[in-house]
Design a protein around this ligand. Structure first.
Ligand code: NAD
Ligand code: UDP
Ligand code: UDP
Length: 320
């Protein structure tokens, strides 16, 4: 059945892929974005497709539209972007969640929150299960993002308990792929752009810290599956790739695939940088019938092809 679906942050990296998938499935999509980190270019190829609409709007302000489902993705996600205006980051997570929950409540619509593995902070439990409460510094430089997202989760579960809202939370782990912002400082985009330009690859710390990287299409699939679950499936559910790599492994793989002559340069580790991160996806397997299949090498090859084209012609965003 055709649905009217709102995607906040729809002009961003994950949001643009989600809008595309939802349109492909025959839905009507309303993309709401204030273009802080997202761009019209990310969704320009969807503009000539009906029924797709873009609305410039900041979700810290109320929004009155009529839709059947809401995916709440609006929030800067990379440290340099969310630390640029930390107060606005917290407002986006907290006031944005209140507005999207209020909207969902009025419409009796399903609403899904894009939460994050950062709610676990620098985890002392490994891999991270949803039952783990996390280890977040509430006054550090990452707190605007981590605590904002934690508070958004609190609001989601209070609206579920207090208003019987069909609301859902997924905790997304590090995701990569085409349409990542080339200058947002995240490790995959940094390394790929540095390798393609023949510049030094900047490893923060000694590169022994680890992350688990999931290809964007698989995260989009998991979000769509989560939205389709019955109301009693609320999450939180971890979605991410459980295969863990050190940052040094990643640098070597990028150099190998690109055939770059770049050298590795070690720089200072930023404060509060988590040492390791790996999702336990037992719940996602059981409740969504989902697990990632795309290996890092395969996903990186597609991502590198995207950035190669982007660097050749920055005005044209290549279609993945
Ligand atoms: P992104 O920066 O590419 O996209 C975020 C989008 O939200 C951008 O288009 C931005 O302009 C928009 N936005 C920001 N503040 C807004 C506001 N106040 N009102 C309206 N729009 C606003 O980031 P992304 O990687 O696509 O992340 C999307 C969501 O997924 C975020 O909520 C992020 O926290 C979450 N997430 C992403 C990752 C990842 O690895 N990419 C991991 C965990 C969670
Ligand atoms: N809201 C919105 N769109 C709507 C309905 C509500 O943006 O269609 C906002 C509204 O600004 C309100 C918030 O969502 O502040 C929370 O709504 P709720 O009904 O839960 O609370 P209340 O209106 O009682 O504050
Ligand atoms: N990182 C790095 N070099 C870079 C960018 C990031 O070594 O040019 C490291 C960073 O310190 C962290 C890891 O890579 O340990 C992942 O960083 P990212 O910002 O992509 O994600 P997050 O820390 O939010 O998981």
């Amino acid at each position: 059945m055709l649905k009217r679906i709102l995607v906040t942050g729809g002009a961003g990296f994950l949001g643009s892929h989600l809008c595309e998938r939802l349109l492909d499935a025959g839905n009507e999509v309303l993309c709401v974005d204030n273009f802080f980190t997202g761009t019209r270019r990310n969704v320009s190829h969807l503009l000539d497709r009906k029924p797709f609409e873009i609305l410039r709007h900041d979700i810290t302000f109320p929004l009155y539209v009529e839709v059947d489902e809401i995916y709440n993705l609006a929030c800067p996600a990379s440290p340099i972007h969310y630390q640029f205006d930390p107060v606005q980051t917290t407002k986006t997570s907290v006031m944005g969640a209140i507005n999207m929950l209020g909207l969902a409540k009025r419409l009796k619509a399903k609403v899904l929150q894009a939460s994050t593995s950062e709610v676990y902070g620098d985890p002392v439990e490994h891999p991270q299960r949803e039952e783990y409460w996390g280890n977040v510094n509430p006054v550090g430089i990452r707190a605007c993002y981590d605590e904002g997202k934690r508070c958004a989760e609190t609001l989601f579960f209070d609206y579920i308990r207090q208003h019987q809202l069909p609301a859902k939370v997924v905790r997304i782990f590090n995701t990569y792929g085409p349409r990542m912002h080339p200058n947002d400082g995240r490790v995959v985009s940094n390394f790929v752009v540095q390798a393609l330009k023949g510049e030094d690859i900047t490893i923060y710390g000694d590169g022994s810290q680890s992350r688990s990287f999931c290809y964007v299409d698989e995260i989009v699939e998991a979000m769509i599956r989560m939205m389709a679950t019955p109301p009693e499936v609320t999450g939180p559910i971890n979605i991410g790739n459980p295969v863990e790599f050190t940052i040094l492994d990643l640098a070597r793989m990028v150099i190998e695939i690109t055939g770059s002559k770049s050298q590795i340069r070690f720089k200072d580790l930023p404060s509060d940088d988590p040492k390791q991160r790996q999702p336990d996806i037992t719940r996602a397997r059981a409740e969504l019938g989902w697990e990632p299949k795309i290996e890092l090498r395969e996903g990186l090859t597609k991502t590198i092809a995207y950035f190669e084209e982007l660097l050749l012609n920055p005005n044209v965003v290549p279609r993945p």
